[in-house]
Design a protein around this ligand. Structure first.
Ligand code: MN
Length: 500
């Protein structure tokens, strides 16, 4: 048994190592070995709900990221992502062995894990804010997606209630964010894995709708792909390859709802994908396809000249194949393909230097998040009226966490005292000290996005300090402190008057 286990985890590790080496021949594989060893020892003896050794989970997550061609620090952070939360090894040890950059990614993931579930509405709100708080390091979001993808694939081992909650939060939060970041493949996988747990009947229905057409289509596609290969060769197109792709089940379900449940009307159930070497070949290949197969009217789409809002680029055409079957053909370059599948992650990985020089893409990611934030705020506005206007501009706001995982909105440069009053007046009044990200800090320290703050209270303390008024940033803390100080001085005067 134990040798079978170590064989399976070692196989996974070899797969990871080979994938990293393939995409990054110069990567420091010895460091990867060290990280694997570190994580494996830390998780030693721990099991997943599936009964597998725990280490298989970070290994699977790291493999997902390695296949996205992401670079070594991200892969290592993924291997270590559950270490501080679930083992006796600390973040400081990770920092000592692997440096502060990797440690800061692991810290980001650990923070996401501290969000606790207390009713869906509040929880999703917290989770959204948390994702936005993570904007400072998008790599943390990539790792979180990989973590979630693997957790979803082993969801069957969890109790039904937890299963449902994780799947629902995937559909409501993770997938839309992946979509916004142009990570089409990740979005599709997240949705497909969550679908059957959130809407089991609809899932079964969708499968039953398409089963027959799938089998028929698969045969047609195989034939068509061979034909297409021949046409392109004869026309002198070089360095291309063809594969077929099945539509993701969840997006198919949504499309079936639009098309009166007729799977026969969905032409891209399975499509042929042609990957060519450059832009000119995209249009050349389209011409060749149309020379042999008659295109359907109004179905030629040039998403290269006019990309979709999420950045998707490809040529699409729907044609009548030799035997009269209708098929969709998608044509793009490898770079477009990577970008369509992995969005911002595909752009990100070309930057080997690290997170600093992420060219213009970093800016658009920030803009995307600002948009998401706006959307959520607009939704809130519907529900809560003018209340949401309190949250004005995203840039001037920070999100700070309680140790239990609640997220508190504060203005930029707010202090632990503002934070304490935002939680509760009593906590503000009795505030005696603060621990920020596990470090003792003074009460006037400006807080940063994503900080985890623990307020030390002194129950004997009955009133706030007038000195706090010099540095606090929120109006509500100011009002509460003043009210308390006024009450205190009035009480003192009353007592003095009483005595005389
Ligand atoms: Mn995990």
């Amino acid at each position: 048994m134990s040798s079978a286990i170590s064989q399976s985890k070692n196989q996974l590790y070899q797969e990871l190592r080979a994938t990293v080496k393939k995409h990054h021949p110069d990567a420091d594989l010895e460091l990867l070995d060290l990280a694997y060893d570190f994580a494996d020892k830390a998780h030693e003896g721990q099991l997943r709900a599936s009964g597998e050794p725990y280490i298989t989970h970070p290994l699977h997550a790291a493999i997902i990221l390695a296949k996205m061609k992401l670079n070594l620090p991200i892969i290592i952070a993924a291997l270590l992502h559950d270490v501080p939360e679930d083992t006796s090894k600390t973040l400081n040890e990770i920092k000592k062995d692997f440096g502060s950059d990797i440690a800061s990614m692991v810290w980001g993931i650990t923070k996401l894990g501290t969000i606790k579930y207390r009713g869906m509405e509040r929880y999703t709100e917290n989770l959204r804010k948390m994702f936005i708080a993570m904007a400072s390091d998008i790599r943390v979001v990539f790792i979180k997606f990989a973590d979630r993808l693997h957790n979803l694939s082993t969801l069957e081992y969890l109790p039904p209630k937890k299963r449902y909650r994780i799947a629902l939060e995937t559909l409501e939060i993770y997938a839309p964010i992946a979509n916004r970041l142009g990570m089409g493949e990740i979005k599709g996988q997240l949705e497909d894995l969550a679908f059957k747990y959130v809407y089991p009947k609809e899932y079964e229905w969708t499968i039953s709708q398409i089963r027959a057409s799938y089998d028929k289509k698969t045969a047609v596609l195989e034939h068509a792909a061979k034909q297409a290969e021949k046409f392109l060769h004869e026309a002198g197109i070089k360095d291309f390859f063809i594969h077929s792709r099945r539509k993701h089940i969840y997006s198919l379900y949504k499309k079936l709802l639009e098309k009166d449940s007729d799977a026969g009307k969905i032409y891209d159930l399975i499509a042929i994908r042609v990957i060519v070497k450059d832009l000119a070949d995209c249009y050349a290949a389209l011409g060749i396809v149309h020379k042999y197969w008659k295109p359907l009217k109004g179905r030629i789409k040039d998403y290269i000249a006019q990309p979709k809002p999420n950045g998707y680029r490809s040529l699409h055409t729907t044609v009548f194949e030799d035997d009269g079957d209708i098929i969709e053909v998608q044509i793009r370059t490898q770079e477009m393909h990577d970008s369509n599948e992995y969005g911002i992650a595909a752009h990100w990985r070309y930057d080997e230097a690290g997170k600093k020089a992420v060219f213009g893409k970093e800016i658009s990611w920030m803009q995307e998040l600002a948009k998401i934030q706006k959307e959520f705020e607009n939704k809130k506005q519907f529900l809560e009226g003018l209340d949401s206007l309190k949250i004005d501009v995203f840039q001037n706001h920070i999100f700070v966490f309680t140790p239990k995982g609640d997220v508190i909105d504060l203005p930029e440069d707010a202090t632990p005292v503002d934070f304490a009053y935002a939680i509760h007046s009593d906590i503000g009044d009795q505030c005696a000290g603060a621990v920020i990200n596990e470090q003792i800090a003074s009460l006037d320290t400006p807080l940063k996005n994503g900080d985890v703050v623990h307020i030390i209270i002194n129950k004997d303390r009955k009133s706030p300090s007038a000195d706090w008024l010099k540095f606090i940033k929120t109006r509500s803390a100011r009002q509460k402190i003043k009210a308390k100080l006024n009450a205190k001085s009035t009480g003192l005067i009353n007592r003095l008057l009483h005595k005389t």
